[in-house]
Design a protein around this ligand. Structure first.
Ligand SMILES: Nc1ncnc2c1ncn2[C@@H]1O[C@H](COP(=O)(O)OP(=O)(O)OP(=O)(O)O)[C@@H](O)[C@H]1O
Length: 274
């Protein structure tokens, strides 16, 4: 199912294939065409960013990849297996096991310690306590929280809480990480740190990542490819390869190529929003 990750030799993420995937919401006020039929192939271990103005269908697309809402048309496959059962329109349990989610709010359980929040998905899967603790310790180290394992969420900053949410999303070892504006509520400096941490985590683990953002510079910093969506109804306007070497650092933002891509995308976003 997995193939070696080109960076580390560890197992890499799953591939995702969208064929004609579209979504129309049916409401009392009428139908809302949120996403026109979309084709997209995401390679195993790739970091793809969905970028576009408000209302262009980014969250709709990500929630369909997460199995949280059913496409009105088209097929999503993960490593060649359909995400949704055609008859029941429910996501398959196997495919869901491949997926981890991070949302804008960390939504941690305030009465649980950091390690017990991280290990929650393992508890629901019946993993024994010693193993849960060991895995939580590994994950906490990967997101830079080794010194906070026994703290409660209220003792953590917003960025640290989001680190816990990322570790929790990885606890059941999914091959795909889906992230919806994960750093949208954080201040600029914390966001830069989180971007560097996420890039490092991704390079170490070889997961496939699909991340939604409004931020052009965040998209250019993180992505292998940026999928630019146009608004109402959403459709793929362009796909931009980010040909900047990794690991990218804060200094990368000073490079000409980084700024060229930011200017290009800003122009394209201006056009599609007009
Ligand atoms: N549950 C829903 N019922 C009806 N319409 C919806 C629903 N969810 C989203 N929409 C509509 O679908 C379109 C796409 O919404 P979506 O949230 O996917 O966009 P987005 O690009 O993620 O926006 P934002 O960046 O503001 O979060 C919008 O016009 C929105 O109003």
């Amino acid at each position: 199912m997995t193939e070696p990750n080109r960076r580390t030799g560890t197992p890499s993420g799953a591939g995702i294939d969208l064929e004609g995937v579209g979504k129309t919401y049916v409401t009392d006020a009428g139908n809302v065409l949120a996403l026109k039929p979309t084709d997209l192939k995401i390679k195993p271990g790739e970091f793809v960013v969905l970028l576009g103005p408000s209302g262009c269908g980014k969250t709709t697309l990500l929630r369909m990849l997460a199995g949280l809402i059913t496409p009105t048309e088209g097929v999503i496959t993960i490593n060649g297996r359909p995400l949704f059962n055609e008859r029941t329109e429910q996501p398959s349990r196997d495919a869901l096991g491949d997926l981890g989610f991070v949302f804008q709010q960390a939504t941690l359980m305030p009465w649980r310690s950091v390690w017990r929040n991280i290990a929650l998905p393992l508890e629901t899967r019946g993993v024994k306590k010693a193993e849960r603790r060991e895995r939580a310790e590994q994950l906490a180290a990967q997101v830079g929280l080794s010194d906070f394992l026994d703290h409660r969420p209220r003792a953590l900053s917003g960025g640290m809480q989001q680190r816990v949410a990322i570790a929790r999303a990885l606890a059941h070892e999914p091959s795909i990480l889906l992230m919806d504006e994960p750093f949208g509520a954080l201040d600029a400096m914390t966001r830069d740190n989180m971007n560097e941490m996420l890039q490092k985590l991704w390079m170490e683990t070889g997961k496939t990542v699909v991340l939604v953002t409004h931020s052009i510079s965040e998209a250019v910093f993180l992505a292998d490819r940026i999928v630019l969506l146009s608004p109402r109804p959403g459709r793929v306007q362009d796909i931009v390869d980010v040909d900047i070497a990794r690991p990218r650092t804060l200094d990368t933002a000073k490079q000409d190529r980084f700024n060229e891509l930011v200017v290009r995308l800003r122009g394209q976003l201006g056009e599609v929003s007009a």
